[in-house]
Ligand binder design. Sequence first.
Ligand SMILES: [Zn+2]
Length: 264
Amino acid sequence: MTVTLPPVAAFVTVVCGVFGLLVGSFLNVVIYRVPRKESIVRPRSRCPGCGTQLAERDNVPVISWLVLRGRCRTCGEPVSARYPLVELLTAGLFVAAALRFGADWIVPAYLVFFASLVAITFIDLDHYIIPNRVLYPSLFIAIPLLVVAAAAQGEWRHLERAIIGAASAWAFFLILHLISPRGMGFGDVRLSFLLGLFLGWLDLRHVFLGVFFGFLLGSIVGLVLLALRRRGRKDHIPFGPFLAAGAVIAVLFGSTILGWYSPG
Ligand SMILES: [Zn+2]
């Protein structure tokens, strides 16, 4: 398959990829420090093994990790492969957003959305929480970007749908939370507002699809872990990562999937 991109779209895609590596590097800081209630601005990154501050050249996304072969320059302690993986994942999602939307005013908003989902996924995996200190700043940046995109496109229909999507998803998850507070944490309810906003922007079918894929992935992984006896029936599996993955699938492939089912 060959994909021919117009020059502007190709440029946007490359810029998004490089920007994604840098944002991924920042997300590593967010993922480590936010649950520990530390500042994400200061001090500079340190090696968790020996506490040495990382020099500029040892803080280049992916490349530093490869050059140092996954070890600290000072103490030789292994540095988790998760750091470059988060950077590559973020870059991949940013490129995917650029390819999905092209050179469009909506791209910045979806970059914020995807970055937020990466941070939420890894924090939830590590700590079983979806922190407000990630969720609220994301909404605070994303909502004005959606308004700007709607104004620039002269098209407010998407924004209306986004608000309806956010309210519907939030109400649905709130009901699940009230039925089973242990099964569905309130962090997931808050996250559903963010998901509903961005999936609703596309249309309400995307909200349904995203939530559906979230539950599908969660059930499959839950059953596999149960079958492998890696977890007991009562152990907690964080749900945020599955909701995030479902949302990404719906954003990137929702229109294609929905196309299979609509006549003509
Ligand atoms: Zn070290």
